[in-house]
Design a protein. Structure first.
Length: 628
């Protein structure tokens, strides 16, 4: 066996191991879901945002893609944040008088959702009848078989790949084959800073892969948009993906602002008119041939229902077939028009397998938020591309993995991390940050980025009050701030610390002055790693009349909920307080990196120092703040 085939076989072994770990995660998630469905009370499902009950059923119609959809709305518990989003599978149920749940034997999927209203795609007319005739109706998330199926399919293809571009990219990413670059003079981008300019040039010169590593506040999106814009001078069309719908929306919006024609596959989460106007469905509906297609589809449905009544079936079947041919012809024509006008096709990694993209190939694929995506999910999209640009920060939030063994086995190591390790020459680190006061930034820079980050001069000394200390630790030791354990995956709560957080927030608001707060729209973030603490903090703020005038300026969420966001003032409630120094998933330091880098001008951390400083990271953070 020669050297290169030895390398290839070791890469394939690695990927087969990935497949095994993904299978473990799949089985675990499926089993957990089954247990939750059977054992968990409806109240807890509602609290976790995975269920709406009771529902009212609104209108039903065929959407532009000829899918039967129904609108439903939740009638109660409207302030609970839910986890329904576009593309996720759902199931409907009814509750009987003895409070037992009865599930309908079909699954549906979310087509569009906002705070309290959802449009659901149904498998057929009988499903619609079931829903319309049911009382005490509810809907809950169903296990997402599709994403896993697509990930397994993609991994399988990568493992089997031989003598094609996919095989080459596999061997390059996993470190056995060298990367190659184009040689031409670098381009100047005077509106970017030097590290951003270098990153865009690295992207332009890469034949195989480039990585834009963007720590908090360093303008990763700006850099990525520039790189996409520049690539479009050389390529007619590119594919832009991200792990979440929200990240796809964010980058699409920035591209539209630059005047780039974007076609968004799948429905946006941040639904505003600007976003909707470049979705595939909206474009499809506004094509001049669409009314004709709609009337043909309606004629087909009418003929089908005539066919059921049994009169001259052969004749009707012929009519249906010829109308279907005509409809297909129109669909192809509309699709060709939409895709030929678009320069950027934007979607989530999973949606890149959508039937409307079947058989399409792209010169370049851009993956944003690559550090939060499982390797297998990235391969779903990479199959369509010749070269890949990944952007993200592997020192911030990792992918969500529920099975501890799969995580320990290395499922949480992303493709981006592997390429950073194997191909350091492909990486550009953005080093100038535009978000935080220098003293808030320094700790994160030293611990996570080898001290390489610098603050832009305009933010270096930013603060709200004169002579303010930008970063403080309120030590809750000895204040009876005790943690409690609630429900298995809700984790922990510390009510006394929550109350103290609210007091600290009040004190700081009074220092600033209410008038100034409203006039300058100063905003606040309250962050806790634990969901139960977040919900408790929300209740406290809601009940307290003091906050009423500026509730819209206060956001309370988990660390994951704050990814990619920033606020003028941030308070973090760390919750943990016990004798043994047990800190649970505060051990995931990447999460803490996200939390402490959300603040622009003031960061207040609340936590029991005696518990937390048993861990070297929190000890160092505590000492650093004491020094400041």
């Amino acid at each position: 066996m020669n050297k290169s085939s030895l390398h290839t076989s070791s890469v394939i072994t690695q990927l087969q191991r990935q497949e095994l770990l993904l299978r473990m995660e799949y089985e675990y998630e499926k089993e957990t879901f089954k247990q939750q469905t059977e054992a968990m009370g409806i109240g807890r499902k509602i609290k976790r945002g995975m269920c709406w009950y009771p529902l009212s059923v609104g209108r039903s119609y065929y959407n532009s893609l000829n899918q039967l959809v129904v609108e439903v709305e939740r009638r109660e518990d409207k302030d609970i944040e839910h986890v329904f989003e576009f593309g996720r599978p759902v199931c409907f149920f009814t509750q009987d008088a003895s409070e037992r749940l009865h599930y309908f034997n079909f699954t549906a999927s979310v087509n569009y959702v906002d705070e309290d209203r959802m449009v659901v795609i149904l498998p057929g007319a009988s499903a619609l009848m079931d829903i319309q005739n049911a009382d005490r109706l509810g809907v809950q998330l169903y296990f997402d078989e599709t994403s896993y199926r697509l990930m397994f399919e993609a991994l399988g293809q990568v493992i089997k790949a031989k003598g094609n571009r996919l095989a080459e990219l596999r061997d390059i990413f996993h470190g056995t084959q060298k990367t190659s670059t184009f040689s031409f003079a670098p381009t100047r981008f005077p509106w970017l800073n030097p590290t951003q300019e270098e990153a865009v040039n690295k992207v332009m010169h890469a034949k195989d892969v480039a990585i834009v590593h963007g720590p908090p506040g360093t303008g990763k999106t700006t850099t990525l948009v520039e790189a996409i814009y520049e690539t479009l001078h050389r390529e007619n069309q590119v594919l832009v993906c991200a792990q979440s719908n929200m990240a796809v929306d964010w980058i699409s919006e920035k591209l539209v602002d630059r005047g780039v024609p974007v076609l968004r596959i799948g429905n946006p989460t941040r639904v505003n008119d600007k976003m909707l106007s470049f979705t595939y469905e909206r474009r499809f509906e506004s094509h001049p041939d669409y009314p004709q297609l709609w009337s043909i589809r309606k004629a087909i449905r009418d003929l089908h229902s005539q066919n059921r009544k049994g009169a001259n079936r052969e004749n009707i079947r012929q009519k249906i077939n010829s109308l279907k041919d005509r409809a297909t012809e129109l669909e192809i024509r509309i699709n060709e028009a939409l895709f030929s006008e678009a320069r950027v096709i934007a979607c989530t990694l999973v949606s890149s397998a959508n039937r409307v993209l079947m058989g399409m190939k792209f010169g370049t694929l851009f993956i944003d938020e690559a550090a939060q995506a499982l390797e297998a999910a990235c391969w779903i999209a990479i199959r369509k591309a010749d070269r890949v640009v990944l952007a993200g920060d592997h020192c911030q939030l990792p992918p969500t993995i529920k099975c501890i063994e799969a995580m320990r086995g290395g499922l949480d190591e992303t493709l981006m991390q592997k390429i950073v390790r194997n191909k350091p020459e492909a990486v550009s680190l953005l080093k100038i940050q535009y978000r935080m006061n220098d003293e808030i930034m320094n700790f994160s820079s030293d611990w996570f980025y080898h001290g390489e980050l610098k603050s832009a001069p305009e933010v270096k000394y930013r603060s709200i009050l004169d002579y303010d200390t930008p970063i403080v630790w309120v030590n809750t030791e000895g204040m009876d701030c005790n943690e409690e354990f609630v429900g298995e995956s809700f984790g922990r709560i510390n009510k006394a610390e929550a109350a103290l957080s609210i007091e600290e927030l009040k004190k700081y608001i009074l220092k600033i002055g209410k008038e100034r707060l409203l006039e300058e729209r100063i905003d606040f973030g309250l962050i806790s790693p634990y969901k139960a603490q977040v919900q408790y903090l929300r209740q406290l703020i809601k009940k307290d009349a003091f906050f009423k005038p500026f509730r819209s300026q206060i956001t309370i969420n988990t660390v994951d909920g704050f990814q990619g966001q920033e606020r003028d003032v941030v308070l973090i409630s760390l919750v943990r307080a016990n004798e043994d120094g047990q800190i649970g998933f505060l051990n995931d330091l990447r999460r803490m990196n996200v939390a402490i880098t959300r603040a622009r001008m003031k960061l207040i951390i609340l936590g029991d120092a005696s518990t937390l400083t048993k861990h070297p990271f929190y000890k160092k953070l505590h000492d650093y703040i004491a020094e400041v």
